[in-house]
Ligand binder design. Structure first.
Ligand code: SAM
Length: 579
């Protein structure tokens, strides 16, 4: 049996990552626009590391964080690096907090990746090796990107299992977006879901999409049943196929808006769940005692109004997903909102809630964690964060809740990152590597603009808005400069074209340095993400009410770069993972 992660191990990991990262926070917080004007290359990369980087092939540069020093960094370049008597590099840091030695920097950074810190729990260990036996139905995956299909498939499997072991009554999907996860969960697993999203456009879109899917789902289920029926009859195979294929899945005679839900059911009174109500209680088609109970209430609600409803309405009304436009905050009373907005989904006034969040961006991840802890009805959690740059750090602005650090350990240590460092943590390291394309060079014109403005004696504004994408809309630096000066209201100060050309020429080697510098910074991205997630994991483990908390890699990082989930539950569960 796999062990569960201990708080001490997580604290030790936080210390290790903090100790490595702190001297490099200056580097991590650099911005491409200042690469030339602030001489980042000279300031944060030692001469030895500079030549090491420039000697690397593009292929190796893109893969920098995976490289080993022996293969890619020549001894001659190590003349300035400190070594012990065995020739082992002692310090990867430049005195002014930059990279002194490339090889050590990469090796030490790699030791701070989550998979090297002994803090991850495998999904298999949580699911006890019991993944769903169901295939993702194509109609549900409709209108989803490959990335979303991947995420939703895995997340739905994990949450449906956790929903059952936590004896939950309802899934609350926080930041539900277009409802991809919620539709899949409710249609495939017959689990009721209320989805909260602050964007009305999203919830409206989710509702429309879910209606379409529900109708298709009815047809699909019917088709599946017909297929099964024909396969069990003694009709010959050709006849079976032909009869089956001739069934029109969109036939107006479909009378089964609730057909999907007409599985044999056992009524379970709220708060009186069958003691065997665990994973084994649900069959391969996903029906469960809990789900049947909640479905029954929605089914009877739908039936009671049946005479007034069109067939289309009947179909969608037996749906178990309710998208609600609402800004989620940690103090909200979930049950009250559910009573008001999604009463048909839950018959008990005090339902056990499972909180899920797929790519809860910025602060929403921490809000979800706080909501899970504060709401006594919330019993389980599965939360994948994203967009770390959008969260607030302690002490910044006037935010109501701190988003980093949130653990007592992190607060005592005074952890700090900075916005550009959090932005870096949101980069897709695995994708960049898989693409084989060097990044960073795109910022060259923006960096040149800063230098140009300074040379002209113009104070560079702290933040120049509207420059994003300007390089893609212009074919040459001269055009770019003209567009940028116009945006800044400085058209009359724009130098002549020939001057701009010779200015650009002075920096013709800068693109290679910029790309190399970006790849160097990128080595820190998984380390910064590790610190953010370890702080969240420690925060959960520090709570008395939390029984188990795990950090789990759910997704393939190339397909879905923000791939780690925090999974937790309150109270001891019967037959729970890790016994
Ligand atoms: C990155 S999207 C993810 C959407 C969806 N879960 C998915 O995976 O497709 C984050 C969503 O959270 C919503 N959101 C952000 N902050 C929120 C808040 N405080 N309350 C409710 N929704 C929020 C946004 O509108 C957005 O739809």
């Amino acid at each position: 049996m796999e062990k569960t992660v201990e708080t001490d191990v997580v604290y030790a990991a936080i210390h290790q990552v903090r100790d490595f990262l702190t001297p490099y926070l200056g580097l991590a917080n650099t911005h491409g626009a200042e690469f030339l004007s602030d001489d980042h290359w000279g300031k944060y990369v030692s001469p030895a590391a500079q030549s090491g980087l420039l000697e690397l092939s593009c292929e190796n540069l893109v893969d920098l964080s995976s490289l080993t020093i022996q293969d890619n960094f020549k001894e001659s370049n190590l003349s300035t690096a400190e070594k012990n008597e065995n020739g082992v590099l002692l310090c990867a840091r430049q005195t002014d907090h930059g990279v002194k030695d490339l090889g050590s920097f990469i090796t030490e950074a790699r030791m701070c990746h989550l998979d090297r810190l002994d803090v991850l729990t495998s999904l298999d260990a949580i699911l006890k090796g019991r993944h769903s036996t169901q295939n993702t139905t194509s109609v549900v995956s409709e209108a989803m990107s490959e990335k979303k299909i991947h995420e939703v498939g895995i997340m739905v499997d994990a949450v449906s299992f956790l929903y059952r072991i936590t004896h939950s009554d309802l899934v609350v999907d926080v930041g539900s977006g277009k409802g991809y996860f919620a539709s899949e969960m409710s249609l495939r697993h017959k689990i009721p879901v209320v989805g909260f999203d602050s964007s009305d456009t999203n919830t409206h879109g989710a509702s429309q999409r879910d209606k379409k899917l529900s109708k298709k789902w009815v047809g699909l289920e019917r088709r599946k049943k017909l297929k099964q029926a024909y396969c069990h009859s003694d009709t010959n195979t050709d006849e079976k196929e032909s009869a089956y294929e001739n069934q029109d899945i969109h036939s107006p005679n479909v009378t089964l808006p609730c057909d999907v839900h007409t599985k044999p059911s056992i009524a379970v009174a709220p708060g009186n769940k069958n003691s065997n109500d665990n994973y084994n209680d649900y069959n391969s088609s996903g029906s469960s005692l809990c789900a049947t109970k909640t479905f029954q209430s929605s089914e009877s609600a739908s039936l009671s109004r049946k005479s007034h409803l069109s067939q289309e309405e009947q179909m969608t009304n037996c749906n178990l997903y309710r998208p609600v436009t609402l800004f989620v905050h940690p103090e909200m009373d979930l049950c009250k909102v559910i009573q008001q907005e999604a009463q048909q989904l839950e018959s008990t006034v005090s339902p056990r809630l499972f909180l899920s969040g797929l790519h809860t961006c910025g602060s929403l991840a921490v809000t979800t964690l706080n909501l899970f802890l504060r709401d006594p009805n919330a019993v389980g959690l599965c939360c994948v964060g994203c967009c770390y740059q959008l969260m607030e750090e302690q002490g910044s602005n006037n935010q109501q809740e701190d988003h980093f650090p949130i653990s007592s350990c992190g607060k005592i240590m005074g952890l700090q990152l900075g916005r550009n460092a959090r932005n870096l943590a949101s980069q897709s390291v695995h994708r960049i590597r898989a693409s084989g394309q060097l990044q960073g060079g795109d910022f060259l014109w923006r960096a040149l603009l800063n230098v140009l403005l300074l040379e002209l004696g113009i104070t560079v504004p702290d933040r120049i808005i509207g420059m994003r994408g300007l390089n893609k809309r212009n074919a040459t630096f001269q055009d770019y400069a003209a567009a940028a000066f116009k945006k800044l209201g400085l058209t009359d100060r724009l130098p002549e074209v020939h001057m701009l050309r010779s200015f650009e020429d002075q920096y013709k080697d800068a693109r290679a340095r910029m790309s190399a510098f970006f790849q160097l910074k990128l080595v820190l991205a998984p380390v910064i993400e590790a610190l953010i997630l370890l702080d969240r994991l420690a925060f959960l483990l520090e709570q008395d009410t939390v029984n188990k908390a795990h950090l789990v890699q759910l997704f393939d990082p190339v397909t879905s770069p923000r791939c780690f989930a925090l999974i937790a539950w309150k109270g001891t569960l019967k037959n729970e993972p890790f016994g």
